[in-house]
Design a protein around this ligand. Sequence first.
Ligand code: PLP
Length: 354
Amino acid sequence: MTFKLENLVRENIKRLTPYSSARKEFSGAARIFLDANENSFGSPLEQNYNRYPDPLQSEIKVRIAKINSLSSSEIFVGNGSDEAIDLLFRIFCEPKKDNVLICPPTYGMYEVSAGINDVAIKRVNLTEDFRLDLREIEKAIDVRTKLLFVCSPNNPTGNSFPRAEITRLIEMFDGIVVVDEAYIHFSSEESLASEINNYKNLVVLQTFSKAWGLAGVRVGLAFANAETIALFNRVKPPYNISQPAQEAILQALKNGATVEQTIAEIISERERLIEKLSEVSCVEKIYPTDANFILVKTTNAEKIYQLLLGEKIVVRNRSRVELCAGCLRITIGTPEENEDLLEALEKYEKSFIH
Ligand SMILES: Cc1ncc(COP(=O)(O)O)c(C=O)c1O
C-alpha cells in the first residue's frame, strides 16, 4: 500500500491558517482575563458559564486516552460523532471531484454529509445476509475515492463485520477507512481503536450517545494517528464542545462502572426481547444483532408501525430502505417499555383473530 496522508488532504486545507482563539493562545493560570471579549460580570445562572471552554478538551482527552491506551494527540472530541463525519468530508473530499464509498443499508448521515459537501457517493450494497461485499467494494474504488465508511456494528442491520474483513479493506484501500463504532460497547467484537498506529489510514468513530447514555450532551470521538487528528483540530470550530458538555462528560467518566452495568442490562434485555419476539407471529425474521437495537422483518411493517404509534410507541420504520423490506428497527428499552411493546404486538395479532 502506498498511503501518504498529505496526498489525500484538500489543497485549501493544507494552505489554511487555522483560527487562533484567545483561549488557545493563552491557557495558563492568570489573575485577570481581558483577552476574549467575554463578560467578566458572570452569567444569569447559579453557575457561571461566562468563559469560553477549553478548545482542545484536554482533561477529557487525558481520561479517554487512559481508558483506551492511546495518547491525547490521537483523539478528537466532536459535537457528536456526526461532527467528525462532516469534518472528514471537509478535510479530504474535493467537492464535485472526489467520491466516498458506503455499504447500504447503513447509517444515513454519511450520505447526507456527502450531499452537503457536494461529494459523490458510491454504493456497494451489503449482501442479502448483510455481509460486506469485499470484491465489489474493491471494484468500485477509483483514484478519486477518498473515504470508505464501514459501520460495525452496522445501523440499521445490527450485525458486526468480521475484524479480518475490515482490516483487509484497510490494507487494500489507499484512502481513509472510517470505522464507525457507535454501537461497539454492545458488541462481542473488539474495537479497532488499538490499530490506529498500525494503519495510518484508519479513523475509528465512537460516541457518548449510546452506551454512555448521553445523546443529549452531543459528544462523539474520533481515534486516529496524531497527524490525522491534527487535521481535525485545524478545521473544527474553535469551541466545538461547550463547557456544560465537557463537565458532563468528565463527570460521566467517573461513573464507568455504572455504564458497564447498564450495557450488561441492555444486552440481557436484548436477548429476552429477541426470545419473546420470536414467538410473535407477525415477526418473520429477527436479524442477529450486536447493538442496542434489533432489526425485525414483519408481515406488514407499515401497519404495525401505525398500530404502535396508536399505542404511543415509536419504533423506526425501515421498510423502504434497500434490503430491509418489511423491517422495523426496534431500540432496546427498559424491561417495562419492552413489555409494553410486546403487549401492543399481541394486541395487533388478536385483531386478526376477532
Ligand atoms: C452508526 C452511527 N454513527 C453515528 C451516529 C451519530 O452519533 P452522535 O450522536 O455521536 O452524533 C449514530 C446515531 O444514531 C449512528 O447510528
